[in-house]
Design a protein around this ligand. Structure first.
Ligand code: MG
Ligand code: MG
Length: 260
């Protein structure tokens, strides 16, 4: 069942998601070679709690940390570790969740650590652009398949592949609500997009082939061919003419000095 949100609930979701954006912005200050992924996790946990919220992922389905940190060929769900350090040339997806006033925030950004190979940089840029192509379709009257088609056709058209095993989702009092929002699909198919729907759109795009596997840790998803993967995610409210983006990259990109 798809749970539609009232205007008041959407404002609470905005608050939770804005805090995710601020947390990612805080993390952007600390992304450098030599920092451990557990250090980043602790910075995020403290920041979220200092802002009157709880980490959304900690304990969710038994996940042990505040952040999912996935480096290079890791697609998503990487577990922070005091033994894992960022290195020059890495790309690192940081996925962050919060819960405040009973509502979840969920957003992810893939960062570059120092100088990254041009082809990997392009993968990140294309994945970020694909997210916004998907968001353009999050309007009342279109369907979930229109979002997936927009993401897939853009990424495949640029020579990349789309991960199929993991998908976007509804967001609300639960982090993962219906409907599922795949990053592939057919125009005009799937659930109709309605006013009051809040969804996370989150392309996971690979430089090489689309196939992935799960690590024996039970969480980390990796590309089978060990080529890099990128992941960008926003939580958005479906709008009449235009989606309302509830999360934010503004804080990150101000830190990184990226103008859009
Ligand atoms: Mg996420
Ligand atoms: Mg998500």
């Amino acid at each position: 069942m798809i749970l539609l949100k009232t205007a008041e609930e959407i404002e609470l979701l905005r608050e939770s998601n804005l805090l995710v954006g601020m947390t990612l912005g805080e993390l952007a200050k600390h992304i450098r070679s030599g920092i451990s992924t557990l250090e980043l996790d602790k910075i995020a946990e403290e920041f979220i709690r200092d802002h009157g919220a709880e980490p959304g992922f900690l304990g969710y389905d038994g996940f042990p940390n505040t952040l999912c940190i996935s480096i290079n060929e890791e697609v998503v769900h990487g577990i922070p570790s005091k033994k894992r350090f960022l290195e020059e040339g890495d790309v690192v997806s940081i996925d962050c969740g919060t819960v405040k006033n009973g509502f979840y925030g969920d957003s992810a950004y893939t960062f570059e650590v120092g100088e990254v190979k041009p082809e990997v940089r392009r993968l990140l840029q294309t994945t970020r652009e694909a997210l916004y192509k998907g968001i353009e379709k999050a309007v009342v009257g279109l369907r979930v398949g229109d979002i997936g088609y927009a993401v897939q056709s853009y990424c495949e058209g640029n020579g990349y592949s789309v991960v199929r095993e993991l998908v976007g989702h509804g967001v609300g009092r639960d982090m993962h609500e219906e409907p599922q929002v795949p990053n592939y699909g057919k125009r005009g198919q799937g659930s109709k997009l309605l006013e009051g729907m809040v969804i996370a759109i989150e392309p996971m795009i690979n430089l090489g082939k689309r196939h992935v596997y799960q690590d024996v840790d039970g969480w980390t998803i990796r590309t089978r061919d060990r080529m890099p993967s990128a992941h960008f995610e926003h939580t958005v409210a479906v709008g009449k003419n235009k989606a309302d983006i509830l999360s934010s990259f503004e804080f990150v990109e101000k830190e990184l000095k990226i103008d859009d």
